[in-house]
Design a protein. Structure first.
Lengths: 145, 145
DNA sequence: GTGTTTGCAAAGTGTTTGCAATTTA
DNA sequence: TAAATTGCAAACACTTTGCAAACAC
């Protein structure tokens, strides 16, 4: 990291810690992506969409690195992967318990907080298996009337 | 369809009706796949797995036709598509209300009957949207102890 | 300096498509 | 015969990988 870069990144030093805590080196690319992902509200991104954003902000990050970083952030618990579409992978910055609305027509995702949706009965895991997660996707389409 | 083929297919005439009712022509390929799909218990297949089965039974069907047929059967309500893995599409012969266990380690799916799992609270659809489905996937992994 | 990370381009995987030949009705 | 369907091969979209150059520590 250059001295200039360090100055530029000063206001984002918590990302630096976040990445270090995850056991990753805080490279320019990882910091840039962390800034996009964790600066504001919770977000849902795909590799393409995040790469597009980075380009728009003149951050130089290759698509391959975006993929790598999303997976590294996922396996270190900074992100969570959401499966709603067989064609692309989504990543959610909200790693807490919650579910999703999926807008099939435009591929958008929004959160459903855990307390807006509750399961009364959950089946026991099959013999010898442990439940890893219970994922609920509410698919919605434009109302046609 | 040849006369010989008609004779061979006599015991499976209900597939013929099923396909015709769906507005599709009962071709050799569609009948063969229907036989594999709907002969016994409910099943979960991928295009590859069904194509493999067809080959094993010496049915001559191309992979492209398997894909086309799975989609046609899905859009005519004979099958239902299940999204559990970003890498491949699954199709379920059980089109009724139910949910799934997904065995992440080997890609297997099993049904959870609707009455083994119930939602107390379902959020209202977002403004202008209608709920198309509520899909629950219980991801399980081998218990490590 | 050593080990990690990046970016490119190539390869990979699962899926769809264009189109001539074949089959169904 | 007209319209639908098939199968191949090529195209496709998304994702992963191999490896030399660049970077972090």
């Amino acid at each position: 990291m250059t001295e200039l870069w360090k100055q530029h990144m000063r206001p984002y030093s918590h990302f630096l810690d976040q990445i270090r805590l995850a056991g990753l080196r805080p490279t320019r690319q990882r910091l840039a992506l962390a800034k996009l992902l964790f600066s504001g509200e919770n977000r849902h991104v795909t590799a393409e969409s995040l790469h597009g954003e980075a380009q728009a902000e003149k951050m130089r990050v290759s698509l391959a690195t975006v993929y790598n970083t999303l997976h590294q952030f996922t396996s270190t618990g900074l992100l969570r992967e959401i499966v709603v579409d067989a064609q692309r992978s989504y990543f959610d910055t909200n790693t807490g318990d919650h579910h999703h609305f999926y807008f099939e027509e435009n591929g958008m995702l929004t959160d459903i907080s855990d307390d807006m949706m509750s399961l009364t009965k959950v089946p026991a895991a099959p013999e010898g298996m442990a439940i890893k997660s219970v994922d609920i996707v509410v698919r919605v389409v434009e109302k046609t009337q």
